[in-house]
Unconditional design. Sequence first.
Lengths: 175, 452
Amino acid sequence: MSLYGLMAVFADPEALVAAARHMRERGYRRMDAFSPFPMNELDGILEIPKSRLPWVVLAGGIAGAALVYALIWYSVEVDYPINVGGRPLHSWPAFVVIAFEVGILGAAFAGFLGLLAANGLPRYHHPVFNAESFTYARGGRFYLLIEAADPKYRKGVTRGQLTRLGAETVEEVEA
Amino acid sequence: MAEAGANSLDVMRGRHDFPEITGRIGSIVLKGRLPRHFWTAFFLCFLLVLLFLYSIIYLISVGVGAYGINMPVVWGTMISNFVWWIGIGHAGTLISAVLLLLRQPWRASINRFAEAMTLFAVAMAGLFPILHLGRPWFFYWLLPLPNVHMHWPQWRSPLVWDFAAIATYATVSLLFWYMGLLPDLAVLRDRARSRAAQLFYGILALGWRGSAYHWARYRIVYFLLAALATPLVVSVHSIVSLDFTFAITPGYHSTIFPPYFVAGALLSGFAMVLTIAIPLRWAFSVEDLITLRHMDNAAKLMIAAGMVVAYGYVSEAFFAWYSGEPYERAMMVQRAIGPYAPLFWLMLSLNCGVLQLLWFKRIRRNMPLLFAIAVAINIGMWIERYIIVVTGPSRDYLPSAWGEQSLTWLDFGILFGSIGTFFALVFLFIRILPAITIFEVEELAEEEGKLR
């Protein structure tokens, strides 16, 4: 079994943020933090790149609306043109309604599926689950993971640094 | 249930720590030791589910004439049930989406069950237009499918728009709800003791591990879905109202309908939120998480929406008179003194009269009384939809063909059956999934400095 990284457990969110900041300043790059709820401070410290998901959502919305509008247009102009009450075949104000609804539907699907794809979920076998200490069972535990692949990683040194930052336990995580 | 105390209006009361919050909310689901009255209530709801099934089978085998509709009133309780249920769903979306965008901290502990309420209300609502069809098994003709007739849906018809709106609303509500559940499912996965529960919650949690990278994207998409749900909820009920306004029938053909329907939806929806939340917080002793502040705010939103509804009533009556159209005027007069007059005045006294009690702080914070008012508004709003659906066609342009519809046992069998099914689903939801969002309550405790 190869080593995936070191998992440090912290009792409260402030300790995790402080530890992440320190390790960052020491030059560690391949880190991840795990928390039971979102913590905005971590985004800056871990230098999480700005997500492109909003563009995916926009594209999904436009695609949904455009496809359905095209379908309606095709049905009334090409496939089955029929005069209903003397209205123009292409009565766009009426068609916008369904295009709007399907646009929302497309955007929502793009957002949800895009999120799963970007996060690599579903994934049931991630190495962090190998850590004994890693669980949400008690609600509030805050984890900092230093990957063994980090160039700054030195087994004993990194462990000592994490312990000095106030980690309750530091555990080796197998890949 | 009675709690007084002026300074108890926090979003969260008392001091908490993470294991306590997780444990209390999670154990409702995992220990499964629910109070006896929970199962008694579920059993009663289950009887109504059976009644619902029987009524639906009866309706489909005998035909739509079996409930009260008859010429000229061919829109009956199926349509009013539909509008009522879809309206109830909207408050859930408002709480979960709009209050998220407005960054209102008080949504955190009630958004989950409000979303569940939306989902189940939409599930109920979706049945009624189908049951209303003479041949319900052909409902899929509303979809643009290549069927044997080689024709397309009538895209200019609000009924087809309605189908698109409801289908979108149900799907987006489900996605939003499931996304909010992911982190909590991970908590339940880790807490579960039995193999079956571990597998069930584990598979549903999709391997969520709370990584900071995941949370960053999660937050963005959650906000975007909320931002999408907000115009969606307004569009859905506006489209529902267009089902009426596109007809020239007196009483239907009115430009006030879309905003008036949306406000009515919020009024009845918040009434339903209170109808569920007041017993829920009492039965599970979570009064410190779902506090008086929540109840108070929901009551205030009810009165705000209720005043818009009252404005809708006034404007409807005024424009019927101002149109100078004899049939519009006759319809409005008949609504007040005709065969449906008792229902009309009952509706006004509930939706405009009883509602005014909520101006008083003392009443808003008296839980048994607030519960009674919420139930009264639910009834009032059902009557409102019934009045709108029925009085128009009953006093149409041809006085010789004026006529009423009756209410038969089947109308009530289906209405109460759907109410029972809705509550049975709510009970199952409370049993199977965490009814209070664990991660948002923890975040709230952290932000509010309510940690031990």
